[in-house]
Design a protein around this ligand. Sequence first.
Ligand SMILES: [Zn+2]
Length: 69
Amino acid sequence: MTEGFIRFIAGAVCPSCKAQDKIAITPDDKTIYCISCDYKEHRPDEDSLGNLKSDKPKIFKIDDYRPKK
Ligand SMILES: [Zn+2]
């Protein structure tokens, strides 16, 4: 098996060059890109797509969880 295989999104049309079936998605599902041009776009994860309760990512201050000296 070859590593770095390309997963395409069936039927997707590139908004940049209008090519169909040229949109691929990175193995980590974070980014979609076009193999026909330089189009690239961050893809929101399914969690935020299916759950729009919060429109902002929650940011935790890691320092708060450290044991106090
Ligand atoms: Zn394209």
